[in-house]
Ligand binder design. Structure first.
Ligand SMILES: Cc1ncc(COP(=O)(O)O)c(C=O)c1O
Length: 390
C-alpha cells in the first residue's frame, strides 16, 4: 500500500482523527462507505420497503463476492449471524456418533470450544491438543491426537490472544490424509490474510464480519465445501429446502434439503449488514488482502523494533509468516489498560498482557505515537514497576 492509498483510506475512517485506534481484533471502526451503504439501505426501507427482490439480488451479489474472496463458489457460501452460529452449525451437521472424537487446541476461542463441547451430550469425546502460549499449531500438533475415531480437527486460523497464524496448509493436508473434516474459525483472519479454502483443504469455515470485513456485528459467513452432502442441517426453514413450496404449505413427505450451502441458511438474513458488506468488500478488494496483510505485518515489524528498544516483551511470535496484525505486549493489564485509556489509545486486555491490533487504516506514525506513549508510561514509577511481568 503506498502513501497516497493510505491517506485515502484514512479519510474513510474518522476514528483516526479521534484516537489512536489499535483494537481491530476486537472491532473495526466503520469506514464512511459502509456507513453510507447502511444509510442508503435505511432510506430504501424507510421510503419504499425495498423492494425486497432488489435487496435479495444484492444478497446474491454479496455471496458471489464472498465466494471469490475465499476461492470458493457461491454454492458453498451461506450467511449466518456470527462465527459461533457457523461453528455450531458445523458441530451439529457433521455425522458424529457416540465414541467419535473431535480435536481442538487447548485455550482456543471459547466460541469454538463450546460448539464442540456441547457434543459431549451425544457421547462425543473432545480432545484438546496442547500448545504453549504463542506457539504455532501445525500438523505435528494434531497428529498425536488423531485416531480412527477422529472425525474433526478444528481451530482458529489466527489466535485472538497471542496473534499467531496457525499453519492451516499442513493441518489441511493431514486432515485429508486421515479422512478428517477440517473446521476453521476465520474470525481473526478474514479480510487481513488471503484465504484460499481449496488450497488449504478446509471443509467448513466460519467467520463473523465485524473485524477484518469492517461491518457492524450481526452477520457471519459460512463456507461448506461442495460435495459434503452428508453434512446435514440441524434446523430447517423454507430457505433450506430443495423444493420450497410455492403455496407456502410445508409438505411432510418432501423434506429434501438443498445441495448447496443454502441448506444452512434459515429464514431472512441480515439485509442491512449485507449491504454494508458489499461496500466493505469493494474497499478491501480495491486495496487487496495481500497488500493489507503486507501493510499490517510491516506495522508489526515497526512495533517489534520499538518494543525491543523499550525492553517490553512480545508474548506471541516474532517471525514474519507466524504473525499478522495481532501483537500482545507483556504489560500487566490492571495498570496499563487504564493508562492507555487515559491517553486515548484503544487496545484490548488479553491473557498475556495488552493486545495491540492493526487494520488497513493504521500507519507507521500510529506505531511511533504508541511507542512514545509506552515510553512515557515506563517513566511513571507505578507502571514501570509492573512492566514485563509474566
Ligand atoms: C477467534 C475468534 N472466534 C470468534 C470470535 C467471536 O465470535 P462471534 O462472531 O460468534 O461473536 C472472536 C472474537 O470476537 C474470535 O477472536
Amino acid at each position: 500500500m503506498n502513501a497516497d492509498q493510505l491517506t485515502t483510506i484514512r479519510r474513510q475512517f474518522p476514528v483516526t482523527k479521534r484516537m489512536l485506534y489499535l483494537d481491530s481484533a476486537h472491532q473495526t471502526p466503520m469506514p464512511t462507505s459502509v456507513r453510507e451503504a447502511l444509510e442508503e439501505f435505511i432510506a430504501e426501507g424507510h421510503q419504499m420497503a425495498g423492494p425486497k427482490p432488489v435487496w435479495l439480488r444484492r444478497v446474491e451479489q454479496a455471496r458471489a463476492r464472498v465466494a471469490a474472496f475465499l476461492n470458493a463458489t457461491s454454492s458453498e457460501i451461506a450467511f449466518t449471524k456470527n462465527t459461533s452460529e457457523g461453528l455450531n452449525i458445523a458441530a451439529n451437521a457433521v455425522p458424529l456418533q457416540a465414541g467419535d472424537n473431535v480435536v481442538l487446541i487447548e485455550g482456543d476461542h471459547p466460541n469454538n470450544a463450546y460448539a464442540w463441547l456441547n457434543m459431549k451430550r451425544k457421547g462425543i469425546e473432545v480432545r484438546f491438543a496442547k500448545l504453549r502460549d504463542g506457539e504455532i499449531a501445525n500438523a505435528q500438533t494434531f497428529a498425536p491426537y488423531i485416531d480412527e475415531r477422529t472425525k474433526v480437527v478444528t481451530l482458529s486460523h489466527v489466535s485472538f490472544h497471542a496473534g499467531q497464524v496457525h499453519d492451516l496448509a499442513s493441518i489441511g493436508k493431514l486432515c485429508k490424509e486421515r479422512g478428517v473434516y477440517l473446521v476453521v474459525d476465520a474470525m481473526q483472519s478474514v479480510g487481513v490474510i488471503p484465504i484460499d479454502v481449496k488450497a488449504l483443504g478446509v471443509s467448513v469455515l466460519a467467520a463473523g464480519t465485524h473485524k477484518g470485513l469492517l461491518v457492524p456485528q450481526g452477520l457471519g459467513i459460512l463456507y461448506v465445501a461442495d460435495g459434503l452432502d452428508e453434512l446435514q442441517p440441524a434446523y430447517l426453514a423454507m430457505s433450506s429446502m430443495a423444493r420450497p413450496p410455492s403455496d407456502y404449505i410445508a409438505r411432510p413427505d418432501d423434506l429434501d434439503v438443498r445441495k448447496d450451502a443454502g441448506r444452512f441458511e434459515f429464514g431472512n438474513v441480515n439485509l442491512p449488514d449485507l449491504h454494508a458488506l458489499s461496500a466493505s468488500l469493494e474497499m478491501i478488494e480495491d486495496v487487496g488482502v495481500a497488500a493489507i496483510q503486507q501493510h499490517v505485518t510491516a506495522l508489526g515489524d515497526c512495533l517489534i523494533e520499538h518494543l525491543d528498544r523499550l525492553g517490553v516483551r512480545l508474548v506471541g511470535p516474532r517471525d514474519r509468516g507466524q504473525r499478522n496484525h495481532i501483537y500482545v505486549l507483556g504489560l500487566p493489564v490492571e495498570t496499563w489498560a487504564t493508562y492507555f485509556a487515559r491517553n486515548d489509545v484503544r487496545v484490548s486486555p488479553e491473557r498475556g498482557g495488552i493486545r495491540v491490533s492493526f487494520a488497513l487504516f493504521n500507519s507507521a506514525d500510529d506505531v511511533d505515537r504508541f511507542a512514545e506513549i509506552v515510553r512515557n508510561g515506563l517513566k511513571e514509577g507505578s507502571l514501570a514497576k509492573f512492566a514485563n511481568m509474566d
